[in-house]
Design a binder for this molecule. Structure first.
Ligand code: GLN
Length: 490
């Protein structure tokens, strides 16, 4: 039964429907595989008992003809989504032992559709990072290895555990969150696809907040279609999140396989950054050729403020984070330092509870929001954010989607870029602009570099037009014929 874990979600749903296997069997196969893949450290908390209980209930529902859209499908849930009575840590020491009394809207929608939770996936602490190395629970290891070295590689971040678990067949799909690239970059590093929908498409209720004006939930899966299946269930207006949009959820699955003849694909010239590895420009060129061959029209586009996106993001995201993280004071959630004096207790709780990257962001954020600097940094960044957004608006007068690389490199070794935060932040150069503009973006694996490591292409769409993004991604998937990770991919 071991190849049950290699099925796509779509095929697993078919198999469950035609009684080829039960959800209990499918879930047990994943639990066994998780046991054999412990070294990846993809999960912070595994929930095998809960998973088997959910699987059994799913099989009973199916027997009664009451199966939901994802009934019996085992998933990993990023440990940033609050899950009722199951420890939710955001990969931080400060939240160790925190068991929410409520379920995030996104995870409850998945469970209402019958999905099974295998566990809570590892991530960078409070989703701050691009390599999953800031987690208090240890780094995640990418299942991929370079053909030329045996070094452990990062899975990307912050949703590294989600991406690694799907790539390594220890989850059929996973939830992620993307504030500046945390779904798209790990998807690219792990050779799978992942979509961050339009800001407001999925509810943020019950998702531990990092930067509220940027945070957006999304999906990981091994095929574009599986992403569409998951996203269809997760999306929708939620009165509990004032930034979730009152928009009907289109049938993302039905949007696939459509024709892209005449579709205008924009190529932003500012994404040809200095020092971009040759293989990435080549792959981008290949992507352009594929879409042309499928009938798309290629249009040169300019997004003139792209250059300012990273500095803008690294002001706005820490500013919002410093405010959001003020709530961790040892009184309401998780850990509390043992101090008699109240102020000392707050200070020591935070000093012991937060890791270095989180502290760095709180300090940057507090600085840019402080009197005297607020106008010079925070307000200025908000103005530049508007200009970046306007760039996209203008571009979409000339094209329907944009095609770019997802990340400026393939997966790097664990420990690399670690002593230079700026170098680490540069990883987000292609993903951050769409986040600032709230646009949907998807990464799809399209090829490999000289070491045999996966590289992704990114499709960025108009607001609320995930359908076109998914359709283009699927075209690339069909044409690229990318080979997913397998134990032999070395
Ligand atoms: N790597 C980016 C950061 O560190 C993005 C993280 C994210 O999208 N959560 O902020």
């Amino acid at each position: 039964m071991s190849n049950l874990t290699h099925l796509t979600i779509k095929d697993a749903l078919k198999g469950l429907k035609s009684k080829d296997f039960t959800s209990a069997e499918l879930t047990q196969a994943h639990i066994d595989a998780m046991g054999a893949a412990k070294d990846l450290n993809a999960y912070i908390t595994e929930t095998p008992d809960l998973a088997l209980e959910q699987a059994k209930a799913s099989d009973e529902r199916r027997a009664k003809g009451e199966a939901g859209a994802l009934d019996g499908i085992p998933l990993a849930i990023k440990d940033l989504f609050c899950t009722k009575n199951v420890q939710t840590t955001a990969a931080s020491n400060i939240l160790e032992g925190f068991k929410p009394q409520y379920e995030s809207t996104v995870s409850s929608k998945l469970f209402d559709a019958g999905a099974v939770m295998l566990g809570k996936a590892n991530l960078d602490e409070f989703a701050m990072g691009s390599s999953n190395t800031t987690s208090f629970y240890g780094n995640v290891i990418n299942p991929w290895k370079s053909q030329n070295s045996n070094k452990d590689l990062t899975p990307g971040g912050s949703s590294g555990g989600s991406a690694a678990s799907v790539a390594a067949y220890i989850a059929m799909g996973a939830t992620g969150t993307d504030t500046g690239g945390s779904i798209r970059q790990p998807a690219a590093f792990c050779g799978i696809s992942g979509i961050k929908p339009t800001y407001g498409r999925c509810s943020r209720w019950g998702v531990v907040a990092f930067a509220s004006s940027l945070d957006q939930a999304g999906t990981f899966a091994r095929t574009v279609e599986d992403n569409a299946l998951l996203l269809r269930t997760m999306s929708g207006h939620d009165p509990k999140d004032s930034t979730s949009a009152k928009k009907d959820v289109p049938d993302f699955v039905a949007a696939l396989n459509g024709d892209i003849k005449g579709l205008k694909v924009g190529i932003p010239k500012e994404y040809r950054v200095d020092g971009m590895p040759e293989e990435i420009s080549k792959l981008w060129g290949q992507g352009i050729e594929w879409l042309k061959s499928a009938g798309a029209e290629i249009v040169d586009i300019s997004l003139p403020h792209t250059h300012y996106a990273l500095p803008t993001y690294y002001i706005i995201a820490p500013a919002e984070a410093s405010s959001n993280l003020a709530r961790y004071d040892g009184v309401r959630y998780g850990q509390r330092a043992d101090e008699k004096d109240l102020i000392d207790m707050y200070e020591l709780t935070r000093a012991q509870g937060f890791g270095d990257e989180v502290k760095r962001r709180i300090m940057i954020g507090t600085y840019v929001l402080s009197a005297g600097y607020y106008d010079a940094y925070y307000i200025k960044a908000q103005k530049v954010r508007r200009l970046i957004s306007e760039d996209f608006k203008k571009a979409y007068e000339k094209c329907d989607v944009l095609l770019t690389p997802t990340a400026p490199s393939a997966a790097f070794a664990i420990g690399e870029n670690e002593d230079d935060p700026i170098k680490m932040y540069l990883n987000d150069v292609f993903t951050v602009p769409a986040s600032l503009a709230g646009l949907p973006g998807m990464s799809v694996p399209a090829g490999t570099d000289k070491d045999g490591l996966p590289l992704g292409l990114q499709i960025i769409g108009r607001p609320w037009d995930e359908e076109t993004v998914l359709k283009v991604a699927q075209k690339i998937e069909n044409l690229a014929q990318f080979k997913l990770w397998s134990p032999q991919s070395k």
